[in-house]
Structures are given as C-alpha cells and as structure tokens.
Design a protein around this ligand. Sequence first.
Ligand code: S3P
Length: 187
Amino acid sequence: MILIGFMGAGKSSVGRALSEMLGWTFEDLDERIERREGRTAPEIFRESGESEFRRAEHEALRELFGELSGGAEKVVALGGGAFAQSHNVRLIEAANVSTVFLDADLEELWRRCREQRRTERPLLGSLESFRNLYEARRPHYMKALLRQETGGKTIEEIAAEVVQALGLDQDLDRDPSRIRGKRSEKQ
Ligand code: S3P
C-alpha cells in the first residue's frame, strides 16, 4: 500500500498506525533517499536543488519496488512531490499496489505544517506558494485508488477507515491467515 498526499497530510503517522494495525512493515521513502544519498532531504535540496532530489527519489522508488516480492506486506509513505512525477506514477501502476490519497483542506494542511516547525520542509514557503503547489498537485493525487479524508480525525480513525475501505478488515476478521492471499490483490 502506498500513501500519497501533500505536506502535512499525515502520510508517515498514518502509515505507522496502518502498519501496526495490519502487522505489515512501514517504510518512509524519504528515509530511504536519505540513507542512499548520505544526506537529509533538506540538504539535498539546499546543496543540489530539487531536480537532484527528484532523481534520488525516483531511484529510491525503483530500488524499493525491486525489493518488493509479489504481495509484500508493506505500507510505504511517499514524500509530497513523488506522485506528481509521471515516471514515478508509471512505476507504481506497474507494481499494481493500492494507492491511498490522504486528503485535507489547504488551511488544515498549512496549520499542521506550521505546528510541526521542527520538521524542515524545503518547499513549505509562503501560504501563497503552498496553495499554488497544492492546487497543481491535487489532480495527480486524485488518481489514487482511494481518497481518504483526514480532516478532524485522529490518526487511528484514519488508519481504521483505510483498512475498512480497502476491505482489509474483513480479511482480518474472517481468517487472519487469508491476508497473505488477499494481499497480492490489495496491498
Ligand atoms: C516534498 C515533501 C517532503 C519531502 C521533500 C519534498 C514535496 O515530504 O519529500 O521535502 O515535494 O512536497 P513530506 O510530504 O513528508 O513533507
């Protein structure tokens, strides 16, 4: 399962909650990028620019899919820009994994990002540039299999609704051992 959405959508925190609920592993793609490049994402932006970050992001995604076997039980949180890049979308579609767009309105996303001031976000900018980027990316996010509203909900509520919407709760209720078989369709 791949979680997409704008900065502040809650991809990492909802991803962790989902992985706990399902007993799947969690991965934050930005962390893979940082490991591979030996620099933090903000450092890559600062020292080498956004295009270099996008190259590293695409390579990290390719590596990740290279490692995923058939129906690996994994929840992956992408950075906010990854799903707006068509070559990444092609890679994800070819891998046939479920994509979940964590949605919220602009004001809420902005508020969450402002509250998480300790998280350095190279593309946060002003409210106006934040809005422009959000409006440019939203049509890409809307191509996800599932759009999950997150406004006014707790992390656990959001994760539970995603599990239910993807029918993964039925797998858990009926017979946990069936998850492996179902997983290859719904992952
Ligand atoms: C980015 C969002 C960041 C990170 C990078 C670029 C973006 O991730 O990938 O700074 O283009 O929106 P988060 O969405 O987790 O903040």
